[in-house]
Every structure is written in structure tokens, then in C-alpha cells.
Design a binder for this molecule. Sequence first.
Ligand code: SF4
Ligand code: SF4
Ligand code: FES
Length: 243
Amino acid sequence: MTETQSGKSLRVDIWRGGEDGWLDSFNVPRQPSQTILDIVTYVQRKLDATLSYRFSCRVGMCGSCAMTVNGKPRWTCRTHVDSVEEDGKIEIRPLRNFPIVKDLAVDMTVFFDKWRDAGARFAPRDGASLEFANVDPQSPARKEATAAIECIGCGVCYAACDVVAWKPDYLGPAALNRVWTLVNDERDADPDAHLRPVAGDAGCHACHSQQGCSTHCPKNLSPTAAIAGLKRRTLAALLKGRL
Ligand code: SF4
Ligand code: SF4
Ligand code: FES
């Protein structure tokens, strides 16, 4: 960025400290095509070097830059200021539903622990085989998996989910979305092994299907649809005595 946008500036309020922190105000020069991550980086490099935040790729691949921007969870490296500013103001807070480490950096341990607890790990059917599986890209199962596969683990859906806020042990949209890809993976050894961890109280049936996760997912995935699939599949397996 080299050129300022007609000398305009933006009032930016940024969360500081931990859970009992406060909002700090900064004036940041407007730039063409400026992103929220550009703003945070400007503040940290030019105005307050103690500001903590997390990012890596800057191009929407790593999932590490998500924050709450004017009340909504977003990936900040692909969110342009023009699309979210309100009367020349931006408020940036850490993601909801995650413990704050400091300022805008949150602890994602519980988020990824839930992927583990959900059994969201591929276990190959033929563990010894080194051959590539020949999967028909047009098969219904492969289409279901493909629709859910591009998750970048950003946590935006988890922050948007009211059930996570009310019920902290709920596995959450991202982990359940991942399980749905495995249940539909014909290379996986035992689809029922993926259904068991998500069939209980903290699993797919706790979802109220109101689509907060799908509305905010920056990759346009629909964890709601994946969870609906898990609801159908767990029920069918239960009725057949497999769970
Ligand atoms: S499902 Fe979407 S919002 Fe949730 S972690 Fe994956 S990419 Fe992010
Ligand atoms: S649809 Fe389900 S997983 Fe998605 S935000 Fe709502 S309760 Fe959470
Ligand atoms: S910095 Fe990697 S997704 Fe934003």
C-alpha cells in the first residue's frame, strides 16, 4: 500500500488484554483495497507494537486470522474495510467462544480438541495399501464429501454458533463438518466409528439448525447441511442397531 485514500482516516477500536480487557481507539489512514488485517498490522507496526494478533498466509488459506469485526466473525485477510465499515468506524474484537490469550489472539486448543473428540481423523480401510484409491468423483458420497472438504479450520463457524456459547461441550460445526466428510469417504475403514462420537448429547443432535455457521463460513461451506446429514445417518444406524 503506497497511496492514501484522499487523506481519509478510520476510527478503529481494538480489544486489548484478556477476558476483562478494554477497547483502545486508533486513527488509521484509509488505503485502497484495505483489509481488516491491513488495519491491525498498521496499528501493530506504526502505533502500538504490543498489540497481539495472529495471521500467516494473508491469502485466505491458513485460517489463522479470524476476528470479530463490527460484531461478526470474519477472516480478516480477505475482508475489505469497504464492505464492513460503519460510518467510518471499525470495532475489532477476538473471536467469540474462544479463551482470549491476549488482545486479538485466542486459544484454539479446545476447538481442535473437539475435532479429536469427534473422531474426525481418517482411518484407511486398507491400512497397508499404498495404492491410490479410485474414487468416482460423481458418486453421491464423494459429492457430499467434496461439498464439505475445503474447511481451513478458521473457527469462524464456531464463534458464530449460539449452541457452543450455551453448551460448551458441544462439538461444534467445524468438527462435525469434518466428520461428515469421513462418513462419506469410501476409503475409510469404519463409517460407524465416526458416527458413535457424534451421536451423543454433545454431538450433531444438539444443533438447532439455524445456520449461523453456514452464514458466516468464509469458504461458503454449509456445516448445517453436514450436521443434518449426520443426524439422518446416526438415526438410521441407531434404528438398525449399529450404534
Ligand atoms: S467450516 Fe468454514 S467457518 Fe468453520 S472452520 Fe471450516 S472454513 Fe472456517
Ligand atoms: S446450525 Fe448448528 S452448528 Fe451451525 S451455528 Fe446453528 S447450532 Fe451451531
Ligand atoms: S492469514 Fe491465512 S486465512 Fe487469513
